[in-house]
Design a protein around this ligand. Sequence first.
Ligand code: GLV
Ligand code: MG
Length: 312
Amino acid sequence: MTGTPGPRPVRPRRSCLAVPGSNPRFLAKARSLPADEVFLDLEDAVAPLAKEEARENVVRCLNEGGWGGRTRVVRVNDWTTQWTYRDVVTVVEGAGQHLDCLLLPKVRDAGQVVALDLLLTQIEKAMGLEVGRIGIEAQIEDARGLVGIDAIAAASPRLEALVFGPADFMASIAMKTLVVGEQPPGYGADAYHYILMKILMAARAHGLQAIDGPYLRIHDEDGFRAVAGRSAALGFDGKWVLHPAQIAAANEVYAPAQEDYDHAELILDAYAHHTSAAGGARGAAMLGTEMIDEASRKMALVIAGKGRAAGL
Ligand code: GLV
Ligand code: MG
């Protein structure tokens, strides 16, 4: 991309709703659901023979509007297929001004992100769109992508988020499991920990959001909450949701609990009061029986920021 714009917007992504581009009824319904992000899928939820029609559905649906404050994303096909360039050209030429981000799946190296960035820039220039406004989410779905994640995360100023793709990932590393998002039987610990942490570290090192992938047992809300709770505890910003029933759970799990939010605001107040009383000098202070300092303030700021964004 030429002519780097200012910092990218930080969009809420607690719940990222997957909607197949081939299903006009689901596409229409997504506009009324309380997901932070809706991504219209042209990849694995759409059969090869339905790709072309799905592109047209997606363009129409973006142009119809009515998305409110939801982040509007389209998942294109990955660069090893024959579909990617036409996905990008059709969607961005047809509805570029109504699109916030493209989601690139199965990212294996930085060059794939750069290629999408360059193509986007050409289309934006040709169509008279603001260059660089459309962001990129990169989906990490195999060992190659994970090993090269630092370079991927640094590949383009358009990047906004790194997204875990557990189904493809588990298949690619030959993990013995058939339930996407659940632990493989026989291991006895969290088999996802390393992968999630590596994605989170690369995301934070480059100022990006980290998004957890889907949980396919769509009617098991307790299971969803347990899996989401683990990545939320690590610091992930949100998770894919495949069914309207998972949206409220994701919005809740990736926002702080009210009690933690209130406590964070209390720490910020107490610390601000302490530093102004001490003439601006920093240092430790007491909040009840708890000692707080500059690092506590930063931790509180994270929780307070997530809580304010969630409207707590
Ligand atoms: C999503 O694309 C996944 O592979 O889990
Ligand atoms: Mg996948």
